[in-house]
Design a protein around this ligand. Structure first.
Ligand SMILES: Cc1cc2nc3c(=O)[nH]c(=O)nc-3n(C[C@H](O)[C@H](O)[C@H](O)COP(=O)(O)O)c2cc1C
Length: 158
């Protein structure tokens, strides 16, 4: 059976898009028969999260509602409003949070995404990837995490 990864992300400057595109390229080489459905948070619903059989969430940290260390506004709107009550019990999942060291609450999106997943009883497959500052010279870190992610996916029961 072909497994499907639902990858939901949001981005303002393209940083998160770069990270998920780097991951997608590497993951599709590591698990060629994995189907990857990449979609923007602003186009996603609670149902997309609930029906996923493998889930990856990714976004940057933002001063949403004038408070630093929050989720990027589109991801905030999805997870804290539209999908606030989604039950994700047992869904294998992972997360990627970005941020910038110039902010006191650096890359807090990583914690917020992790808390969202564990708080709704998803099964976290590995520690959340944190990308601090521009991601463009951090390809090796993204690829190393992708390898661990692929490893965890390959151990899931079919
Ligand atoms: C208005 C604004 C608020 C931000 N707030 C934070 C923050 O609270 N903490 C943090 O670590 N980074 C913060 N950042 C930095 C972004 O999270 C970082 O640049 C990230 O790579 C952006 O990813 P994206 O372009 O994919 O959304 C902020 C950036 C902007 C422009």
């Amino acid at each position: 059976m072909t497994r499907t990864l639902t990858l939901i992300y949001s981005t303002s400057t393209g940083h998160t898009e770069f990270v998920v595109d780097t991951l997608t390229l590497s993951l599709s080489k590591l698990i060629p028969d994995l189907r990857i459905v990449k979609q923007r948070a602003e186009m996603s619903t609670g149902e997309d999260l609930r029906k996923a059989n493998l889930l990856l969430l990714a976004c940057g940290s933002w001063n949403t509602n004038n408070v630093e260390g929050q989720l990027q506004p589109h991801m905030h709107e999805l997870l804290m409003v539209r999908a606030a009550d989604s039950e994700l019990k047992g869904i294998p999942a992972a997360a990627i949070g970005l941020g910038d060291e110039r902010y006191h609450f650096t890359a807090r999106a990583a914690e917020r995404l992790t808390e969202y997943l564990t708080g709704r009883q998803a099964t976290l497959l590995l520690p959340t990837l944190k990308i601090i500052n521009d991601p463009y010279d951090q390809t090796a870190k993204i690829e190393a995490w992708t390898k661990e992610f692929a490893n965890a996916i390959s151990k899931l029961p079919s």
